[in-house]
Design a protein around this ligand. Structure first.
Ligand code: C5P
Length: 247
């Protein structure tokens, strides 16, 4: 469990080239709302988060048009030329606002389906070295060399990193440092310092919208989450206590 103020840091300064939409992917529509609104709604409805710090491009004309950009618990900072730079700017803001005791929950804007129950699980499992949501791989994994298989890796030891990733803000800021080359997630910056964040098993519907075929999949997962939530409400109505399948 963590102690100290908790801030969400949301990198959202990417152009989303692989999506090919002609504008950043977080402004694509999913069930009548932008991906950004889905993501921020979820983070803002998680009470322990004091503020959501969003890193956006200075020349992003869409962000100021969202009502959430002026939400009292949302702060905007300038994004960077890489995801890691955007995160670093957000972590710097969390440190300014919350001081040395602050914790940061870094979450991609492009992951609109994160479950609040998984965020809670992350908080519960976190230790001093931080924690990340991740998924154990199910496929056999090959390491390649020149387009041929070099070897098969032991899949029992391999996980796919998701977000959110949770760290003490000061430790993450120091770990990111000035050299951000090769840093594709926050945990890799901590690993570079010799630290070993906890792996917390998340859900596979926490997808990062990256290519056009991810949108229909997101629609499907969103509908399933909604149905599970309705079922959950139904269970409460009849007074039964069952394992939660909802958000
Ligand atoms: O491009 P990718 O899907 O890895 O981006 C993950 C997240 O990082 C997205 O929410 C994107 O907006 C953000 N990002 C950023 N600054 C960049 C590049 C990506 O904040 N320069």
């Amino acid at each position: 469990m963590i102690q100290g103020p908790l801030y969400a840091v949301v990198p959202a300064a990417g152009v989303g080239e692989r999506m090919g939409a002609g504008f950043p992917k977080q402004y694509l529509s999913l069930a009548g709302k932008t991906l950004a609104e889905h993501t921020l709604n979820r983070l803002l409805s998680f009470a322990p988060i004091e503020k959501v710090i969003v890193a956006v491009s200075d020349d992003d004309p869409w962000w100021p048009t969202l009502s959430m950009a002026s939400h009292p618990r949302v702060t905007t900072v300038t994004g960077g030329e890489s995801r890691a730079r955007s995160v670093r700017n957000g972590v710097a803001q969390a440190l300014m606002d919350g001081g040395e005791d602050a914790w940061v929950l870094v979450h991609d804007m492009a992951r609109p389906l994160v479950r609040l129950s998984d965020i809670q699980k992350l908080l519960d499992a976190c230790d001093d070295q931080g924690a990340i949501l991740a998924l154990p791989v199910v496929d056999t994994i090959k390491q390649a060399a020149d387009g041929h298989i070099d070897k098969t890796l032991d899949r029992d030891t391999i996980w796919r990193a998701l977000t959110p990733q949770l760290f003490r803000a000061a430790a993450l800021y120091e770990a990111l440092g000035e050299d951000l080359t090769g840093i594709t997630d926050e945990a890799s910056a901590m690993e570079r310092q010799g630290l070993h964040p906890v792996l917390v098993a998340g859900h596979s519907d926490n997808i990062k919208i990256t290519v056009p075929e991810d949108l229909p999949l997101a629609r499907f997962y969103l509908a399933r989450q909604f149905e599970a939530e309705q079922l959950e409400v139904g269970r409460f109505e009849v007074g039964k206590v069952e394992e939660s399948g909802g958000l």
